[in-house]
Design a protein. Structure first.
Length: 251
């Protein structure tokens, strides 16, 4: 594999920072990214846009700051990504498929051959919301010292960017190869399936609009665990269309 080809794998990784409150943290994150060869920074609804303070903390990674993309919502930021991994510092009511940092780096690099991939970091004080975490295929947690697990945003970006770079270097040296050549849908396609699912279940009466409960949340968890490929998503859309037609004929 040529150097230009392997470099593109790192270029396909997005570091997404959601609702960051302090622009200095954005600058420090940009520095952490550049030291590991990552350059695609995405900001979602930042409270404070990068300024001179952010540039100072970036310590030479001003090019990463200058080229950062800004979106209003996480959905917009990841709509064309095929793999999204969200960072989570605590266990949730509904467990999600988890990755260790090492396997996270490997999966990001392996799947970056096929489409853009995203590594999502939440707010400094509270992380990602449950709704935001549900947009991710996997969650990753850094196994820090349980007696003192205080990692700031830049430290977390540095740690997981390092793992991505180690996986990139291993792949460049042919120490491992991707065994998964399955074609997975982009986030936007998967979201349309979920919308179709909810519409069909309402049509059959399985979901009552006034009391929807956690049906869609549990279905998201199920499908994220199963990780349906493009053909399977299309098949599900066909099944849902058939369900809607049957429900309409019975009414």
């Amino acid at each position: 594999m040529s150097n230009s080809a392997t470099t593109s794998l790192l270029d396909s990784i997005r570091i997404v920072l959601v609702n960051t409150s302090d622009c200095r943290n954005i600058g420090s994150a940009a520095r952490a990214m550049k030291t590991m060869g990552l350059k695609n920074l995405v900001l979602v609804d930042p409270i404070e846009m990068p300024n001179g303070q952010a540039q100072a903390l970036s310590a030479g990674a001003t090019d990463v700051l200058a080229s950062a993309q800004v979106f209003n919502t996480l959905e917009e930021a990841i709509s064309d990504c095929g793999l999204v991994v969200g960072t989570s510092a605590r266990s949730r009511t509904l467990p999600w498929p988890m990755l260790e940092p090492r396997s996270c780096g490997e999966k990001l690099i392996n799947e970056a051959e096929n489409f853009p991939v995203a590594l999502v970091f939440g707010r400094e004080s509270s992380g990602l919301t449950n709704d935001e975490l549900q947009l991710c295929h996997f969650h990753v947690q850094i196994p820090a010292n349980p007696e003192y697990s205080s990692l700031n945003l830049a430290m977390a970006v540095q740690t997981l960017s390092y793992e991505a770079r180690m996986a990139f270097l291993a792949k460049e040296n042919a120490k491992f190869t991707s065994e998964d050549d399955t074609e997975y849908p982009l986030v936007d396609e998967t979201e349309r399936m979920y919308e179709h699912f909810e519409k069909a279940l309402k049509a059959t009466g399985f979901i009552v609009p006034s009391h929807p409960g956690l049906v869609m949340t549990k279905l998201r968890r199920l499908f994220n665990r199963a990780r349906p490929d493009v053909k399977e998503v299309k098949m599900m859309r066909g099944i849902l269309a058939s369900v809607e037609k049957s429900a309409k004929n019975n009414n």
